[in-house]
Design a protein around this ligand. Sequence first.
Ligand code: GLU
Ligand code: ZN
Length: 475
Amino acid sequence: MSAPAVRARFAPSPTGYLHLGSARTALFNWLTARHAGGELLLRIEDTDAERSKPELIDLIFRTLGWLGIDWDGEVVHQSQRADLYRDAVERLLASGQAYWCSCTPDEVKARAEARGGKPGYDGHCRDRGLGPGDGHVVRFRVADDGDTVIHDEIRGEVRFPNADLDDFVLLRSTGVAMFHVANAVDDLDMAITHIIRGEDLLNATPKILLIRQALDPAAPAPTFAHLPLIVNEKRQKLSKRRDDVALEDYIARGILPEAMANYLALLGWGPPDGVEIRPMPEIIERFALADVTKASAFFDVAKLEHINATYIRELPVDQFVNRSTHWLFTDTPWPAERFSAERFELLAPMVQERVRTLSEVPGYVDFVFQADPTRDDASWEKVMVKDPALARRMLEAAIAGYEALEGDAWQLQAINDTVIGYADANEISRKKAQAPIRVAVTGRAVGPPLWESIEVLGRDETLRRLRVALDDLPS
Ligand code: GLU
Ligand code: ZN
């Protein structure tokens, strides 16, 4: 069997959450692999002992699973491969492509100042023939001239003049290999063909490539793709301090995984036919790294919510009900025992049409499950206080009408006709006529369709709320 044309990898460092940018990187790797019928490998870059806690790594697995991203083969953990990296450094030492250096950072700095030239390491120990020793590091011998060149699917050919690179450190004085070594060794060892990652790693690329070429000059050059930066509405790089950058923030907000995956696919890429909201198999079919732009991608929360609302509306109602469950039982503005699945299901189709995120669901039905609806001050002010005479008139008309709807007469049409009929007969705008009823019954000026809400709430409770509101009206 021949090797697959694409062997991509997602190589996150555990940080305690999955950054949106990392999620997008994972998705673009997955799309590239799945489009080509190739493979996606997962490598955890957990050389930093602090960050290699199992729960942090589990979080990566869980969030990838939530997004629908699967991977092939065993997960590779860098924390278990330190020997491999040390061996690689040994080989570079043996071939003369690396050397020991005993310079302290202060010495490096002092010499740079004395030179009056650019800061950085001057190659002082290149030919001193040093061996290991206290405080010694291993450095890579970078050629003085020539370029290191990559082929990037998004940026084309990118050239890095070697003269711009110092002899960088491969092995710290603690005996631990640097990120660049581990990264280069693993991509070779895992036979990775496509290195797809964030633009922030572009600067590290020449070092990684130099190590790779020194270790295995015969290995075919990988295809690179450095994905554009993700920015907020001020065109600033997304930051933990300013923005919600963790995928978990959006999970908690009730973004559906399929909507999130669809939206992430649009961060730097768009399908040739311009149809942005579509099922993942269609995205896989159309995805091409060559169509990814260099320009920064704006993370537009409103657009994400729009896409999410579209996906929510398309769910079968029973799925919408199921997927709302978490939000109906967590931190709800009603006592748990007052919740009724039956009543929720009656309202569900209407709620589904209106919410942008699942976390908005409780706000559309809370009035049904609360003993008294939470009164929204702005709504009360606008509807009840601005025109108390009209409010009184409508509340009284509704109370009189609903008192008459006993038993089987409590029907949607009759509930509607009671108020609308009164409004029409008295030449009151229907919108104005309904507003006091809605605020009395639900506490707010906006919400799901009123008559259905009232029907679900029931006659007695509706009448009680109308009377409470009437009592509270300013005279
Ligand atoms: N572990 C690196 C990071 O999370 C990514 C390395 C790579 O993709 O090459 O930033
Ligand atoms: Zn030195």
